[in-house]
Design a protein around this ligand. Structure first.
Ligand code: M6P
Ligand code: ZN
Length: 182
């Protein structure tokens, strides 16, 4: 272990599943280069809203551990494209599970070849196999919140997504989310 192991513990995020631990906040300005409509993204920088927050448990990101986080993506669109996370691939190929807690959204997966879309709602488990980049999208008009559990040595590579994209863009359509290849 690179860091000392932690003892067994009871972890609470709070009764309403609101983030209550250390929270990472990602604003519009943190999402440079990700939305297709650059002009719409630049216009949104004037208010620079919080797009999503990630509340993490105290379990360290270290080999053998299983850290968790609860991500809340606020509803909204940029030029028709739904609010989403940056997306990343694990530099060490490791699986991950997501559990939908509230709101509706989706899990976009990309292996560099074929993208996959898993619709998410409360109670859905989305499984991310090792070697697949992943991004979450809020396709509704209320906050979309999910629990993530991942091996502590997985790591986060964001440049891979900037270089390769995620295979689909998720746009707001007349009959729900529209997946447009790119
Ligand atoms: C989930 C997990 C985290 C991740 C977060 C936000 O909670 O997969 O590891 O950090 O989503 O996604 P991103 O890191 O791509 O911004
Ligand atoms: Zn991950």
């Amino acid at each position: 272990f690179a860091t000392p192991p932690v003892p067994p513990m009871r972890i609470t995020f709070d009764a309403r599943m609101e983030p209550s631990g250390p929270v990472l906040t990602r604003r519009m300005s943190d999402l440079r280069g990700l939305f297709a409509d650059t002009a719409a993204w630049e216009a949104a920088l004037a208010e620079d809203p919080v797009v999503y927050e990630v509340a993490s448990s105290p379990v360290p990101e270290a080999e053998g551990e299983l850290p968790q986080s609860i991500t809340t993506i606020h509803p909204g669109r940029v030029g028709g494209e739904f609010h989403m996370t940056k997306g990343h691939i694990h530099p060490r190929p490791r699986g991950e599970i997501y559990l939908g807690l509230s709101g509706v959204g989706g899990l976009l997966l990309f292996d560099g070849d074929k993208p996959q879309w898993i619709p998410m709602e409360p109670g859905t488990i989305g499984y991310i196999p090792p070697g697949w980049a992943h991004r979450s999208v809020n396709t509704g008009d209320e906050p979309y919140r999910f629990l993530a559990v991942y091996p502590g040595d997985a790591g986060h590579d964001y440049d891979w997504v900037l270089r390769n994209g995620m295979g689909y863009r998720v746009l707001s359509g007349a009959d729900g989310p529209l997946l447009r290849p790119f």
